[in-house]
Design a protein around this ligand. Structure first.
Ligand SMILES: [Zn+2]
Length: 154
């Protein structure tokens, strides 16, 4: 008997109208337990930009930004549209989402993803030169990842 795809099984178990939702996809590099905690934050958050799947997407975006590896500086760019999907074009938005999710996570679930974000912070900091005029021209320049020059070759 052929094995069925997990997606097909899941669809059967939780009909659209059902009260129970399927367990969230495990986020790359994080435990199932942490992924569940993050899913809970995403579902219960009142923040428009923190929605189911947002953390995973933010991590992917943030991880991909300094790629390919090298010395060439990278410049964050404004998103063309401020909806929750398009906003991820701006890598700084991805970091904002991660900051907000970390803030909302219970302390016992926060350590591992916080460590993951710190590691990615190092890669971001290395590739983005600081902007000495950030206070005048960057929105939310109190956030270190926003004190970076914008635009230029992507
Ligand atoms: Zn949009």
């Amino acid at each position: 008997m052929p094995r069925r795809r997990p997606g097909a099984l899941r669809a059967e178990r939780s009909p659209r109208s059902g009260r129970s939702s399927p367990p969230p996809e495990r986020i790359h590099g994080l435990s199932a337990r942490t992924s569940v905690a993050i899913d809970r934050v995403e579902r219960l958050s009142g923040d428009y930009y923190v929605h189911p799947g947002a953390t995973d997407r933010a991590l992917r975006r943030y991880r991909a930004f300094p790629q390919p590896p090298g010395r060439r500086p990278r410049y964050p760019r404004d998103a063309e549209c401020s909806c929750r999907g398009c906003s991820f074009e701006d890598v700084r938005h991805a970091r904002d989402v991660l900051a907000e999710v970390l803030r909302q996570l219970p302390p016992r679930s926060r350590a591992r993803p916080a460590r993951q974000v710190r590691a990615l912070d190092a890669g971001y900091a290395e590739r983005t030169p600081p902007d000495p005029f950030a206070a005048d021209r960057q929105w939310r320049s109190d956030l270190w990842w926003r004190r970076r020059p914008t635009g230029g070759p992507g």
